[in-house]
Design a protein around this ligand. Sequence first.
Ligand code: ADP
Length: 710
Amino acid sequence: MATTAKKTHPSSQTEKVFTQSEISESEHFVQFFENDKFLLDSLSEFIDTSLNAGDACIVLATKSHRESLEERLTTNGLDLVAANTRGEYISMDAAETLSKIMVDGSAEPGRFAEVLGSMIERAAKGRRRVRIFGELVSLLWADGNRAAAIRLEELWNDLGKTHAFSLFCAYPLHGFGGEVYKLEFTEICQQHSRVIPSESYSALASPDERLRAIALLQQKAYSLEVEKAERKAAEEALLHLAAIVESSDDAILSKNLEGIITSWNPAAERMYGYRTEEIVGQPVTLLYAPYQQDEFTQIMARIRRGERVEPYETVRVRKNGTYLTVSVTVSPIKDRTGTIIGASTIARDITRQKRLEAKFRRLFDSNLIGVFVSDFAGTFLDANDAFLDLLGYTRAELLAGTMERDALTPPEFHSLSQDAVIALQETGASGTYEKEYLHKSGKRIPVLVAVTRIEQTETCIGFVLDISERKELEKRKDEFIGMASHELKTPVTSLKGFLGLLQRRLTIQGDEKTLHYLARMDAQVNKLTRLINELLDLSKMQTGQLVYREDRFEVDALVQEIVENVQDTTQTHRLLLEGQTQAEVFGDRDRIGQVLINLLDNAIKYSPQADRVLVRVSKDQNKVLVSVQDFGIGIAKEHQHKIFERFYQGIDPEEKTYPGLGIGLYISCEIVKRHGGQLWVERKKGKGATFHFTLPLFSEEKGLTPLKHG
Ligand code: ADP
């Protein structure tokens, strides 16, 4: 420490800060103080000591400081009037002095040097040392003109280079309360050759007391740093919370214990229609229906008891008078001391959800179809009577949790259920699919099912249609088709046989005219045979009795042969074959031939205005590709997938009818699939249709791969 404090009166706080030897010839020091009394003690001691030593003093202070100072000095026995006359004591008003040197809010260096320089020169006459007490900077600081204060300190230092004087500056410590002053405080300290702490420190007498005070101050500073960090974190958390409240979709409001609204978020504005400025300060009962007064009283009573009101459903009224259904949670708000001062309310608009629920309930209770609610794992949580009756279970059994999807489903359908759950997780809905349930009696029940996920939960709603009757009918129809085609096949085969016989005889007789009619008859019998064969194939496919021969054969030769055969049956279209594969495939040559015949027949049949059909063959590393392109009526997009279904016949845009049973593509598709290939259609609007099918290449390494059994 540059100053050694010496207590003059042990009982008083005042102490000797300045002794003559301690004030050097030329220095610029600063004293911080907490109260005026301390400053005046220091100041009077400074002046007193200096005048007694024969130095000249300049006091640039406020009126009140100068008066108090002079009173003390006079009491100490100094004759100020005489000192003033001798030019040893110069006292000037600080504000007035400032006005002489300030230009546009800042001290003008020229004026400063002139005013203060001449004052010092005057005081220094007779080779006196000059001591100055200056409050100019302190006034600027108090005015908030802090930059000017620091600048003035610099000017004093500059003046010190040309003039010899000691300068005593003083700042009240309370002018530095706040983080913002940290840098400027450091700057002020740097501008001074000596810094004297305020009285709470410098009044301490012993070095030990001072060390303790430093330790205490350090602890205080550290605590403040920690507190600052904590406060910052708390502020950030608060900002974060405020952002959540602002952006929430739920209405969040607070009210005091009288039910007066104290805050209101944007969602509340949207939900109830009141703007923040019109509702804050209003009673929350504005949002209640007239008959709900009791509800309000009960809630507030519970809040006063410190209870939280768990979410409950109720009704509220919007500004425009309409009602909405809300789910509300109310919690007490406490102040720092733990006293309950109000409540916060979070309300979610569930009007839409309620309406949906009501609609769903009606469907559920109508029992038109079976409806169930289940979790993704397959436990049925709820079901309507239609569903329970379908499976032969009681409501009690359902509620006991004994109904499990997998236990109620034959094993071969389990993978379908798994697929449905995956679809639920990915898209929220399964689409419809056919499966079977096991009735309690063990009987199988064919059903059509569709499930959709209940928003954001691991549960779903399922709709179940009993299709037993339809399945039974389909079965009977299949049996009938099987039987009818079988019964038809025998007479048509003998018809064909006799026709051949007749043709041979008439050829020998040279009866050209009758032969011509017989040829037309033959064509019709062929058509009939094909239709019957299609029906027979279909029926065999249904029952898994269609037999495939398995052998390797050349693709190019087969395609060439079929194209030539079909070309013989048409005079209207030219069949143009492109490409070669040199490839072999493994399977039933006749059945693959049947697929190509079917595609070519269709291409001709469905392009009556065209005169050509293109057939292309190609191959890549693994497969051959056969394409049949026509320039006919094409296929509407919505029918693109349906044409491969059984008995599906497309509708011609011009409502023209085409002969056929709608099963050719179904059979073709099945055949190609059994060979491990694919059949699909490519459509270009107004440009006909192109059917493609692929077949895996035969490979020696793989050997003979048996056909898939489906
Ligand atoms: P169909 O005996 O009716 O021809 P298919 O199963 O062979 O039965 O074909 C099913 C339906 O697909 C047909 O009714 C027709 O609407 C449509 N279709 C098939 N091939 C073509 C094609 N090349 N151009 C336009 N439509 C076609």
